[in-house]
Design a protein around this ligand. Sequence first.
Ligand SMILES: Nc1ncnc2c1ncn2[C@@H]1O[C@H](COP(=O)(O)OP(=O)(O)O)[C@@H](O)[C@H]1O
Ligand SMILES: N[C@@H](CCC(=O)OP(=O)(O)O)C(=O)O
Length: 374
Amino acid sequence: MKKRRIVVKIGSSSLTDTCGGLSDAMVREHAAAIASLMQAGHEVVLVSSGAVAAGFRNLGYTSRPGSTAGKQAAAAVGQGLLVQAYTEAFRSHGIVVAQLLLTRQDLMRKERFHNTGRMLEELLHRGALPIVNENDSVSVEGITFGDNDMLSALVAGLVHADFLSILTDVDGLYDGNPNSDPEAKKYAFIPEVHDGLLKQATGTGSAVGTGGMRSKVLAARTAGSLGVHVFIGTGEGAEKLIDIVEGRGNGTYIGISSLMSGKDSKRWMALCSVPAGSITVDSGAARALAGKGTSLLPVGITSVTGTFKQGEVVDVLDEQGELIGRGMVNYPAETVREIIGKPGDDAMKISGGTTPEVIHCNRWIHLKIKEAVR
Ligand SMILES: Nc1ncnc2c1ncn2[C@@H]1O[C@H](COP(=O)(O)OP(=O)(O)O)[C@@H](O)[C@H]1O
Ligand SMILES: N[C@@H](CCC(=O)OP(=O)(O)O)C(=O)O
């Protein structure tokens, strides 16, 4: 499996109950899921909310405080509790955690932006798990990130992440708030965020969260513009994040339309198959394959690696060696080598086959991940 850089955002509602206070069981479950991702070779940055929700009860509030001073005071208590809980939960997986509290100004100034990026790179390089939150206690009203959904999108852009997984208490984006509208229908895939979606996603959230679904959709739009694909939803158990990254998540995928909206075989080809080799194509073929309904012909192929058999899946690379898609081949590697660059009729004579197509368009998936790959 390709090693990816993944930002995981966990909302307050997925860490605490409505009365406030951290749920150790929830923290441990998230930690186990993140540990599985890291053990699979992925790099992870965690953006975790929960400081205000974890702290308000200890200060005598009966619900999440509304005032700025109340929120700042609750966060000052809760942030320590939050990181302590994560430190202990990750210790059992042998993972060192690092706390990073950011203010809007840290990303607004170019030098501080790059400095923050370099520090995150160093932590990732050392195998640590950065845990990011807004520095609520000192953030100045009016110049905050607004919510951690937007912070997670900006962090994903900052570290050039491939993927942002926003974990929340609802199993995806619906065309209305499912908590108040039982008829609301869920979106499985959304190619890109348009204004209509923003109207359907309200700012009404859980008792402990901020921003509701609207802030997640806005964050997904920002992440998309930074080349990061997004998942919004939920999951259970230690494998939930692996499932999400591999396309089996319980939620909504945004910005991976060509990757995810195909038939099951295409999804498998894109996400789970192990390519048996690769075929490099010239720029004309690369452009054609990006369009709809085009098959790969020998004339566009420039080189072949591996010893794949007929029916196996191969990576298709452009002239720069970037992955542009995957397909199931009609011919084994040795035959493809013989027909490289040949027109269709010649290719069929040489191969003895009934079709000139090396990969038929029905067995091809264009992976629009180029812009998201570091
Ligand atoms: N269109 C929608 N689809 C799904 N959930 C929605 C929608 N509109 C509003 N919501 C609400 O958004 C909530 C999640 O937001 P929030 O409480 O801020 O979560 P978190 O604490 O994880 O950031 C859901 O519990 C749901 O009530
Ligand atoms: N920085 C705040 C989180 C604010 C926020 O966006 O919360 P949420 O909607 O639960 O992700 C905290 O730690 O409480």
